[in-house]
Design a protein around this ligand. Structure first.
Ligand code: NAP
Length: 359
């Protein structure tokens, strides 16, 4: 595989920093451009961070002194220096929609962590182990945009990253209803305990917009390409409550599921343990060796021990049992800024490079 030059838009943020740590030694991708707001532009990356580095490993030496570009005002310079960009910015959704389309129309593919284009019908929202076939919609999107190379592909919301993969292998039992309560880490809001001290010893029972995304986005992932768009699935019926908890990294979900043809518990565990990712995903550099990990011990999965499993790319599941109201219930978790954000986006980019959508 050739080396691709990549840009990170939003490089100083929580997800952007995660991109930097995942990409600086990546076998296919070479960080060529770092970009952020006009406040950071013109500084070195280290200066622009201004003490905000939140990763456990230090800022990579070869990245520290790279210049930071302005995401909005340096578009031409950026697109001329890269093969594609990753985008994770904290801006108004309406501004992000325009920004991402401007990059795509300038023939620069955009792999986005933002929610702005998740509902655009010809923009694929790909979990490579679940719906890699949605990449084909890029042909229709390019027609609409009038581009040869440029397109937008999006990563789903981090909240659903553990329960959609856990339920996916069970769909043929006729999943009819899903109830989920998520317990989400503070890094999901781009925060740490020092930048958000109110979260120490606290729970906040509301995350703006999260429940709508958690209920709607799985239906796009489970949707089908029809003509020039992805038609969202009409079932299962999903209801969620999303809660912010005092955890640095890692989102947990308590999940209840009803089926038309309820399977036995051991059939479900077997589906999880034997789940094989689609062939095109298996050998990508960031793909976990085993995607779904089931824990028999009811004390697991715990955030501290499970979030780094498979370099943070695994989904951990436990406490499967029957329920008096729903057919089954279980608990699952994944790392929100790795699997749920930057890592998931890097894996999607690897998939799109290997399939020739980025070249
Ligand atoms: P963050 O830590 O607040 O970082 C925001 C980034 O956006 C910074 O690089 C910032 O640059 C840049 N930015 C802010 N205002 C800008 C502007 N007007 N023009 C250009 N750049 C601007 O946010 P985050 O947590 O990384 O989240 C970024 C995106 O990823 C959001 O859309 C979020 O919903 C999504 N996401 C986050 C997670 C997660 O777990 N955190 C998971 C999935 C998706 P400066 O440093 O120069 O201000």
């Amino acid at each position: 595989m050739k080396k691709f030059n990549v840009g990170v838009l939003g490089a100083t943020g929580m997800v952007g920093q995660r991109f930097v740590t995942l990409l600086y030694k990546h076998p296919w991708f070479n960080i060529n451009v770092l970009a952020a707001s006009s406040k950071s532009a013109g500084k070195t990356y280290f200066e622009a961070l201004n003490g905000r580095w939140n990763m456990s490993s230090p800022v990579p030496d070869n990245i520290k002194n790279m210049p930071v570009f302005d995401i909005s005002n340096d578009i031409n310079k950026i697109v001329n220096s890269v093969d594609f960009v990753f985008c994770a910015v904290d801006m108004l959704s309406s501004d992000i929609r325009i920004l991402e389309e401007t990059y795509a129309r300038a023939e620069c593919p955009v792999i986005s962590n933002n929610s702005a284009h998740r509902n655009t019908p010809d923009v694929p929202m790909i979990i490579p182990e679940v719906n890699p076939e949605h990449a084909k919609i890029i042909f229709s999107q390019r027609k609409r945009l009038g581009t040869k190379k440029g397109f937008i592909a999006v990563k789903s919301n981090c909240s659903l990253q553990c329960y959609v993969p856990a339920i996916h292998p069970l769909l043929d039992f006729g999943v009819s209803k899903i109830l989920v309560c998520t317990y989400q880490a503070i890094s999901g809001a781009g925060k740490t305990f020092s930048s958000w001290p109110e979260m120490v010893d606290n729970i906040i029972p509301y995350i703006d917009g999260e429940e709508e995304k958690s209920e709607r986005e799985p239906l796009k992932i489970w949707g089908k390409i029809s003509g020039s768009e992805i038609k969202i699935a009409t079932s299962p019926c999903i209801t969620t409550q999303c809660i912010r908890v005092p955890v640095s990294n890692g989102h947990t979900a308590a999940v209840f599921v009803d089926f038309d043809r309820p399977p036995k518990l051991d059939q479900i565990v077997e589906r999880w343990q034997k789940y094989k990712s689609p062939r095109e995903t298996n050998n990508l550099p960031s793909a976990p060796k085993q995607f779904l990990h089931y824990f028999d011990n009811p004390l697991y999965p715990q955030i501290k021990s499970a979030r780094e499993l498979e370099n943070g790319m695994a989904i951990s599941i436990g406490r499967l049992r029957n329920d008096p109201q729903y057919n089954i219930k279980f608990v699952c978790m994944s790392h929100n800024t790795i699997r749920g954000a930057a890592g998931g986006a890097v894996l999607m980019a690897e998939l799109l490079c290997s399939k020739g959508f980025i070249n």
